[in-house]
Design a protein. Sequence first.
Length: 262
Amino acid sequence: MSAPGTLGLEGRTIIITGAARGIGLSAVERFADERCKILGFDLSGSDFTGVREITRRAGAEVITLEGDVSREADWSRAMDTALKTWGRLDILFNNAGISGPTLDLTRYPVDAFDRVMDVNVRGVFLGMQHAARHMKPLGRGVIINVSSISGSRGGGNIFGYTASKYAVNGMTQSAAVSLARHGVRVLAVCPCPTRTDMIYELERQVSPENPASARPGLAAGIPMKRYGEPHEIINLVAFLASDQAAFMTGALVPVDGGCLAD
């Protein structure tokens, strides 16, 4: 994988959802190193301090915007802001997502299922739709969605999350076929458990009294016997966003320590 600053992404514009922490914040860091212009989009009340510090150190342009990816009006505002500021959108990194509860099917709350689907499916759909409306007439652009290994196999008691990631995979491939002749590429990355707040929340659900005690068991299902690191996911994302991956679209690319090979 190429080192930061060597992928030819300088000057390109990107919207990163879920930008304030975890994989999204790692994406801010990498794309700032690539000298991209970044719109960081996250929920109202998010702490964007890390986003601003990272981009200031790298000398990258950044806008931070609060909003809910499941709301169409917030997506319209994000796109309008990017286009009014920079005149174009080159890359969308559809990263925002939630895990929902870990519960037996018979006890899984319907309202929790609906919220997971709103964020993880509707949010991804709206992001792709708004980005494609801009990219398609220009004949260029890259959309990268965050899926999961749970979108390729059953995910235990994470029913909403598993359903949402299967949907992300299907939407990614449908959009890729639809947009290929217009020069717009659409891909998904499929991580295994990664060292972010999402996996720490899962640890708390599995073992409320001692969350760290759940870690060995969760990592044991990964052939490499550890969680992924956010930058390991983002190294792949940056490559896929670059012209070095110009003949790739519709791919659901695992970055999972060997999980889907097991």
